[in-house]
Ligand binder design. Sequence first.
Ligand code: ATP
Ligand code: MG
Length: 251
Amino acid sequence: MTITTIPADHPRAKSLHTREMLVDGFKRNLVVAEGLIAHGRGEAFDYLIGERTSAAAKKAIRAAAAALLLSNKKAVLSVNGNAAALCPKEIVELSKITGAAIEVNLFYRTEEREYAIKAELEKHGARNVLGVGPRASAKIPELSSERRRVDPDGIFSADTVFVPLEDGDRTEALARMGKTVITVDLNPLSRTAKAAHVTMVDNLVRAMPALVQEAQALKGKDAKSLERMVRAFDNKKNLAQSLKKIRGGAL
Ligand code: ATP
Ligand code: MG
């Protein structure tokens, strides 16, 4: 990786480092230019929530880990370019702990990028990456973007899908298909945040390690207590808490 000259004591070091990871991902054909802009929208919200994992986000992370562990019809972790650039290691770890499959799913789909992302995930230990090339032969109904193309053995037949940094249209379509939808989205007002069943309003670079840790901690708990955790989670209430945090910022 071509990480450069950000001094460790720079007040925005972490944020700048994350940008570099995305620019590096862009150079390696994992990330598209539009993905860099989408990250900018996320960053603005991160600034407003104080660039820390909030109490509300912690609750959502716990509910998300429980939902992934509970899935009985194979959960799927959907990976786009930004996610592959920011947290390939954690995606693979989460897949190993929960038994969820990994599927590449891109808004701006080209075969070259699909294979580049697959290779990046494999470099971090992934096996059997779904959704690449001819495998993405099924279609999500009522969606027109290239993101409708999914793997019949993956997202199409899954009961639970984790779609970090997702577009609202597809989140809504997946929810309409009856799937439990889990996302990470820094904007509590996005259509994705509102349509998902569990939304972690947090930066992906913080939420993913926390989610891996939580899944590890909850693994082995009986289904009843996991179910209770999922049922006790109210996404709308949780989003309102995040919004309150944003509004509460003082000079
Ligand atoms: P929607 O389609 O859901 O209404 P949108 O069109 O505003 O949302 P998209 O570009 O479709 O947004 O998706 C990107 C989303 O991901 C944005 O809501 C943005 O805030 C969020 N985002 C970008 N980078 C990160 C990140 N690193 N961590 C968490 N969320 C992020
Ligand atoms: Mg969108």
